[in-house]
Ligand binder design. Structure first.
Ligand SMILES: Cc1cc2nc3c(=O)[nH]c(=O)nc-3n(C[C@H](O)[C@H](O)[C@H](O)COP(=O)(O)O)c2cc1C
Ligand SMILES: Nc1ncnc2c1ncn2[C@@H]1O[C@H](COP(=O)(O)OP(=O)(O)OP(=O)(O)O)[C@@H](O)[C@H]1O
Length: 310
C-alpha cells in the first residue's frame, strides 16, 4: 500500500475506486463499503481511501476527542485488507475553505476516480456542503459511478465511530466487538513496569498507550493477546495502580496465562474482550494479590481455551 500524507498534490494515474471519510475504528459499516470497493478492485481499479489528517483536539479530557484507531493503526488496518493507496490529506485552511464542487473536481482529476463509494451521510467541502446527492449529480459529467450505501444499523441505530466510542467508554466490550466486527484492541511495545508483578507471582507485560487512544474505564478485563503471531489468553488491568505508591502513568498491563519468558521490547496487541471489575485501591499488595487470583480464575473459565482454538 502506498501511504500519501502531508501533501495536497496527491496523484494516482491508474483508474481508481475511492471511499472517503474518517474511518475511525474501521467498523462493520465501513466493512460494507469496503465490499463494494473490493468488488471494483477485482474489476481492475486501484482501491483508494481518502481521509483527512485533522490535528488532535486540544483537550483530550473528553472521550469524544479520543480515537478508536490512531493514524498508524489505521494505516496497518487498511494495508491488511488490501487497500492500494491511503491518502491522508492535511486539513489546511485552503482545504477547509474549498467549495465542495471544487474539492470533488480536484480529487476526481488528481486520483483518476472511476467509482466513489460512500454512505448516505458522507459530507465534504466547505461547510460540509458536499453530500451523496452531489456525488450522484456530478457522476455523468466526471465519468465516475457513484455507489451510495445505506447506513448499516444495529438495534435501530446507525453504526458509527461515535456509537462505538460511547460503548467503549461505558466498558461494553462485547457490544463494541459486535459493532466493530473485531475485539477492541490496544497495541504497543512491551516496556518495563515496577517489576512488582513477578514478586507476587503474577508477572505482567506493560504497554503505554498513545495519548489519543480511547481507553475503556479503568479496571480489569479478560483479554486475548497476540505477540509474534502467537495468541495467548490473559487478563488486563487498565489504570494507574492506585495500590502502588507513586504517580503511576496510565498503563495497560496484562498477565498472560501459561507463559513464562522475557517479552520486553516485543510488539503486543491486546484485545479487550470483557469488563470484569473496576480498578481499586487495596490496603496492601497481599490483598490485591488475593483479588487478582480471583480475577484470573474467573477469566480462565470465561476464556476457556479460546486462544488455542483460533
Ligand atoms: C488482573 C489484574 C488486576 C489488577 N487490579 C488492580 C487493582 O485493582 N488495583 C491496583 O492498584 N492495581 C491493580 N493491578 C495492577 C497491579 O498493581 C500490578 O500488576 C502490580 O503492581 C505489578 O506491576 P508492575 O508490572 O509494574 O510490577 C492489577 C493487575 C492485574 C494483572
Ligand atoms: N453504518 C454504516 N453503513 C454504511 N456506511 C457507513 C456506515 N458508517 C459510515 N459509513 C460510511 O463510511 C464512510 C466513512 O464514514 P466515517 O468514518 O466518516 O463516519 P462514521 O463511521 O459514521 O463515524 P462518525 O460520524 O461517528 O465519526 C462514509 O462514506 C460513511 O457514510
Amino acid at each position: 500500500m502506498e501511504y500519501i500524507k502531508g501533501r495536497l498534490d496527491f496523484h494516482v494515474a491508474e483508474p481508481t475506486v475511492l471511499s472517503i471519510g474518517k474511518f475511525d475504528g474501521l467498523h462493520r459499516g465501513h466493512e460494507l463499503l469496503m465490499d463494494y470497493v473490493f468488488q471494483k478492485k477485482k474489476e481492475g481499479m486501484k482501491a483508494v481511501i481518502f481521509t483527512f489528517d485533522v490535528p488532535p483536539k486540544k483537550s483530550l479530557e473528553q472521550d469524544a476527542a479520543r480515537v478508536l484507531t490512531t493514524n498508524e493503526e489505521k494505516m496497518h488496518l487498511f494495508e491488511q485488507i488490501g487497500i492500494d493507496y491511503l491518502i491522508e490529506c492535511p486539513f489546511t485552511e485552503e482545504i477547509m475553505h474549498m467549495p465542495a464542487e471544487e474539492f470533488l473536481k480536484k480529487i476526481v482529476e488528481q486520483l483518476s476516480i472511476r467509482c466513489i463509494v460512500a454512505g448516505t451521510d458522507c459530507s465534504f467541502g466547505y461547510q460540509r456542503r458536499g453530500d451523496y446527492r452531489m456525488l450522484q449529480k456530478y457522476a455523468p459529467e466526471y465519468h465516475y459511478e457513484a455507489q451510495i450505501v445505506d447506513k448499516m444499523q444495529y438495534e435501530g441505530r446507525d453504526i458509527s465511530s461515535t456509537f462505538i466510542r460511547e460503548e467503549i467508554a461505558a466498558g461494553n466490550m462485547e457490544k463494541a466487538e459486535l459493532l466493530l466486527g473485531y475485539a477492541y484492541f490496544v497495541q504497543g511495545t512491551v516496556v518495563h513496569g515496577n517489576q512488582i508483578g513477578r514478586t507476587i507471582g503474577i508477572p505482567t507485560i506493560n504497554l503505554l498507550p498513545p495519548q489519543e487512544k480511547l481507553l475503556p474505564p479503568f479496571g480489569v478485563y479478560a483479554a486475548r493477546v497476540e505477540i509474534d503471531g502467537k495468541r495467548y489468553n490473559g487478563i488486563t488491568n487498565i489504570g494507574c495502580k492506585p495500590t502502588i505508591a507513586g504517580d503511576n502513568p496510565v498503563g495497560v498491563e496484562t498477565n498472560l496465562f501459561d507463559f513464562y519468558g522475557d517479552l520486553y521490547g516485543k510488539h503486543a496487541k491486546v484485545s479487550l474482550l470483557k469488563w470484569v471489575r473496576e480498578e481499586q485501591k487495596f490496603q496492601n499488595v497481599s490483598e490485591l494479590k488475593v483479588q487478582m487470583e480471583k480475577d484470573i480464575a474467573f477469566c480462565r473459565s470465561f476464556l476457556g481455551d479460546s486462544a488455542a482454538s483460533e
